[in-house]
Design a protein around this ligand. Structure first.
Ligand code: NIG
Ligand code: FE
Length: 407
C-alpha cells in the first residue's frame, strides 16, 4: 500500500462528475481553497479544504506551495504512431497548395503511409513512447491514439499492435481507435469503394479486438458520407464505439452522420453550420475540437461558443499528427480555446479533462479530482488558471502526478 499527501494547494479547480458536461454546466468548475489531497494506491481517498489537513500516516508528501492543482489533462484525439515528418510540405503550403491538394497529389497522409510502413513496430513503439513522455511533462496523463497510416490489413494491425504495446508499458492511460478509413491507399487508387469493402469485410473484424473505437475521415475528396456510413455501421455491429472526423474542411454532412449513427464524438467541426450543430445536440454527440489544426492549416476556428450554447458538450484535443498539426502541446490548444474560441477558462478546463475523458469512455475513472477517482493531477506554476492560459510558448506544468505517482 502506498499513501501520498499533497498539501498546501492554493486552489483546486475541477469539473465534477463522470458524465459529459454541456451548456452552462460546461463552465461550472468546483473551486476549493487551501486544500490537501490524500491518495492511496493511486486513488483519491480524501480532499480537505479551508486549511484543514487531518494527521494521517503517509509514505510521501508533496508541498504544492500555494499553487493551482487541476485534473491531469486528457488528449482525446491524436494520430501519434507514425514514421517520418513532412516538413517538405511547408514550402508547398506557403506557395498556396491546400491540404487536400497535397493529399490528392500523393503527398500528405500518403507520404506518412510510406514512412510508417517502412518502420518496424519496435521503431514506431520507441518513437511514440518518446512523444508520450514529452506529453506527460506538459500535464497530459491520458490520451487517445488513432491508427490510419498503415491502410492495409497487415499495416493497420501493426499500428494497433504498437498502440497496445504502449497501453501495456506506458504510464499513461491510452485508448485505441481504428482509422483505416483515413485515406485511399495507392493500391486502391480510383477505387475508394473497393477499399471500403476491404475495411468492412476484412480489416474491421480483425481490428475489433485491438481497438475500442472506430473513426473515419468524412471529407470532400476523401471518404463520402455513404462510405463512412458503411464503415461505421459495420464497426457498430461489431461492438465498437464510433468517432468521426467531420467537417474539417468542407461540411458535407459529417456532423449529421455522427448523430445518425450515435457516435460518441464528432471531431474537428471547423466548417459545421447551425444544422450540423443542432444534429450534434439532438444526438448527444461530443464535439472534439482541435484548434491547433485551424491554426496550422490557417483555417477558421470551429464555432465552439455556438456549440456550448446549443448544449453540445465540447472537448478540446491536440490532433497531433505529422501533417495538419505537428504539435502535442495541449496547453497551446487550451490557449487557442481562450483566444480563438473565446471560451471561458472553466469551459476550457472541462474540455480538456472531464469531457475529453468521456469522449474516450474514461469519465468514470478520471477527468476530475474527486474521491474515488484516479489521482491524475497537475500542479501548475501559477496560482490560477487565468495565468496558465495567459502565458504561451512555455510549459506551465510544474509537477505531474499519474495514478498517485510523481513523475
Ligand atoms: O485530423 N484529417 C485527417 N487526419 C489528420 C491529419 C493527418 C495527416 O495529415 O497526416 C487530421 O487533421
Ligand atoms: Fe485528426
Amino acid at each position: 500500500m502506498s499513501r501520498l499527501l499533497i498539501r498546501n494547494i492554493g486552489l483546486l479547480q475541477t469539473p465534477v462528475g463522470s458524465a459529459p458536461l454541456c451548456g452552462a454546466a460546461q463552465g461550472e468548475n468546483r473551486k476549493l481553497r487551501d486544500v490537501c489531497i490524500f491518495v492511496q494506491d493511486g486513488i483519491i481517498i480524501g480532499i480537505y479544504d479551508g486549511g484543514v489537513c487531518p494527521l494521517l500516516a503517509v509514505d510521501r508528501e508533496i508541498d504544492a506551495r500555494g499553487k493551482l492543482v487541476t485534473p491531469g489533462l486528457v488528449d482525446c484525439h491524436t494520430h501519434l504512431v507514425f514514421g517520418g515528418w513532412r516538413q517538405h510540405e511547408v514550402p508547398l503550403k506557403l506557395q498556396g497548395a491546400s491540404y487536400l491538394e497535397i493529399l490528392q497529389a500523393g503527398g500528405g497522409i500518403l507520404n506518412t503511409l510510406n514512412s510508417t510502413r517502412s518502420a518496424s513496430a519496435e521503431q514506431l513503439y520507441e518513437r511514440s513512447k518518446g512523444f508520450l513522455n514529452e506529453m506527460l511533462k506538459l500535464g497530459v496523463t491520458t490520451c487517445e491514439i488513432k491508427s490510419g497510416y498503415g491502410l492495409s490489413a497487415k499495416e493497420e494491425l501493426k499500428q494497433l499492435e504498437v498502440i497496445s504495446m504502449l497501453q501495456k508499458q506506458h504510464k499513461m492511460d491510452i485508448v485505441s481507435t481504428f482509422m483505416a478509413a483515413h485515406a485511399v491507399p495507392p493500391e486502391y487508387k480510383g477505387n475508394g469503394d473497393g477499399y471500403i469493402d476491404r475495411i468492412v469485410e476484412e480489416m474491421l473484424p480483425a481490428a475489433r479486438e485491438k481497438a475500442a473505437y472506430c473513426d473515419a475521415f468524412c471529407e470532400e475528396g476523401v471518404f463520402s458520407v455513404a462510405q463512412c456510413r458503411r464503415v461505421l455501421q459495420r464497426a457498430k455491429e461489431l461492438g465498437m464505439k464510433l468517432k468521426l472526423h467531420a467537417d474539417e474542411i468542407e461540411a458535407i454532412g459529417g456532423a449529421q452522420l455522427a448523430a445518425e449513427l450515435g457516435a460518441v464524438s464528432a471531431e474537428h467541426l471547423i466548417a459545421t453550420d447551425e444544422t450540423g450543430i443542432e444534429a450534434l445536440a439532438r444526438g448527444k454527440v461530443m464535439a472534439d475540437l482541435l484548434p491547433q489544426t485551424s491554426f496550422y492549416l490557417d483555417k477558421p476556428y470551429a464555432n465552439a461558443r455556438g456549440m456550448v450554447q446549443a448544449g453540445v458538450p465540447v472537448a478540446i484535443a491536440s490532433d497531433f499528427n505529422p501533417g495538419s498539426c505537428p504539435s502535442y502541446d495541449l496547453q497551446f490548444a487550451m490557449r487557442l480555446g481562450l483566444l480563438k474560441y473565446k471560451l471561458k477558462p472553466e469551459e476550457i478546463l472541462t474540455a480538456v479533462t472531464l469531457n475529453a475523458a468521456c469522449s474516450i469512455g474514461l469519465g468514470e475513472t478520471l477527468g476530475s479530482v474527486e474521491v474515488g477517482k484516479q489521482a491524475d493531477l497537475v500542479i501548475w506554476d501559477a496560482e490560477d488558471l487565468d495565468l496558465v492560459l495567459y502565458r504561451f510558448g512555455v510549459n506551465m506544468a510544474k509537477a505531474v502526478i499519474k495514478k498517485g505517482e510523481i513523475l
